[in-house]
Design a protein around this ligand. Structure first.
Ligand code: CP
Ligand code: NVA
Length: 305
C-alpha cells in the first residue's frame, strides 16, 4: 500500500519497482480499454507555479484516459496568489478534488500542502526533487536494458532532476555517478539517502568531478539544463561554472559504444548538450517524455484506485 503522497521518490521506496512494472504494463495495454473508466468521477487538481509542457499535459491526458478529470489552476488566479495560506488551500481543495499535483518553487511548500491535505499530493517538481520524472526515467531505462548493474552517469548541475534520479537509481540497483563542478553538487541529505539505498541494493553512488573519467564505460549518460527555473538570476555564473560539462560527441565516445543518452527536457542545445547528441541515434529523450504519461498513470492508479 503506497503512502498517501508522492512528494519524494522515497515515498514509494517499497513500491517503486511495482510502479515501474505497472507503467510498462499500461503502456503495452494502452488501447485495450481495461483502464478506460477506472478513475471515473475522480478529479486531479494541478497547481503549477512554474511553466510546464510535459508534466501538465501528461497528467491531464492520463486523467482523461483513465476516465477522470483534471483541473489546471494557475496560482495567480487563485486566492493563493493573494496570500491565502497553503494549509487553508489544502483543506479547501481536499473537500472538492481527489488528488493534487503541485509544481512549486520550494520543497517545503509541497510538504506543507501534503501535510494539510486529506487527499494525495504529488510533487510535480520543486527545487529539491522531480520524482515523477525519475519514475518515468527508470521505466524508460527498463524498456531498453535490465536496470540492475547498469552504470549511469549524470553530467552537469546537481539539481532537482539529479536528486530524484540518485534516489531512484539507488533504489533499483543502478550504479550512479554524478559529475559536477564544485558548488553544484546534489543535495547532501539526498546523497546520504542514496548511498544507504545503493548499499542495500548492492550498487554504487558516487559524486565525481571529471566528466571524462566519470562516463568511462557508462551505459547511460543523463543531463539536464544548467539554469533551472528559479535560477535565472545566476545565468552568467552557471554557464561559466558548467562549461566543461557539456554532453557532446567527444564525451559520448568515452562511454560504452551503445550508451543511451537521456535528458528530461526542455533542453538547451549548445549548452548542456549538443544538437548532434540529443538528436542522434543513441538518444532516448522522447521515449522519456512519452513515458511520463504511462508512469503517471501507474502512480495515479496506485494513489487513487
Ligand atoms: N521534464 C519536465 O518536467 O518537463 P516540463 O517542465 O515541460 O513539465
Ligand atoms: N531542472 C529543471 C527541470 C525542468 C523539467 C528545472 O527545474 O527547471
Amino acid at each position: 500500500m503506497m503512502q498517501k503522497d508522492y512528494v519524494s521518490v522515497l515515498d514509494a521506496e517499497d513500491e517503486f519497482a511495482e510502479l515501474v512494472q505497472s507503467a510498462l504494463d499500461l503502456k503495452k495495454g494502452c488501447r485495450s480499454g481495461e483502464t478506460d473508466e477506472v478513475l471515473k468521477g475522480k478529479t486531479l487538481a494541478l497547481i503549477f507555479e512554474k511553466s510546464s509542457t510535459r508534466t501538465r499535459v501528461s497528467f491531464e491526458v492520463a486523467m482523461n484516459q483513465l476516465g477522470g478529470k483534471s483541473l489546471f489552476l494557475n496560482p495567480q488566479d487563485m486566492q493563493l496568489g493573494r496570500g491565502e495560506t497553503i494549509p487553508d488551500t489544502a483543506r479547501t481543495l481536499s473537500r472538492y478534488v481527489d488528488c493534487i499535483a503541485y509544481r512549486a518553487s520550494d520543497h517545503e511548500m509541497v510538504l506543507d500542502l501534503a501535510s494539510n491535505s486529506s487527499i494525495p499530493v504529488i510533487n510535480a517538481l520543486d527545487d529539491l526533487e522531480h520524482p515523477c520524472q525519475a519514475l518515468a526515467d527508470i521505466v524508460t531505462i527498463t524498456e531498453r536494458r535490465t536496470p540492475r548493474g547498469l552504470k549511469l552517469t549524470y553530467v552537469g548541475d546537481g539539481n532537482n532532476v539529479c536528486n530524484s534520479l540518485l534516489l531512484a537509481c539507488s533504489l533499483i540497483g543502478i550504479d550512479i555517478s554524478v559529475a559536477c563542478p564544485e558548488g553544484y553538487e546534489p543535495d547532501q541529505g539526498i546523497v546520504e539517502d542514496s548511498k544507504r539505498l545503493a548499499s542495500r541494493a548492492g550498487s554504487t553512488c558516487d559524486i565525481l568531478r571529471d566528466p571524462k573519467e566519470a562516463v568511462h564505460e557508462s551505459d547511460v549518460i543523463y543531463t539536464d539544463v544548467w539554469v533551472s527555473m528559479g535560477d535565472e538570476g545566476e545565468v552568467k555564473k552557471r554557464l561559466e561554472a558548467l562549461s566543461d560539462y557539456q554532453v557532446n560527441s567527444e564525451l559520448v565516445a568515452l562511454a560504452s559504444p551503445d550508451c543511451l543518452i537521456m535528458h528530461c527536457l526542455p533542453a538547451h542545445r549548445g549548452q548542456e548538450i549538443t544538437g548532434e547528441v540529443i538528436d542522434g541515434p543513441q538518444s532516448i529523450v522522447f521515449d522519456q517524455a512519452e513515458n511520463r504519461l504511462h508512469a503517471q498513470k501507474a502512480l495515479l492508479l496506485a494513489l487513487l484506485r
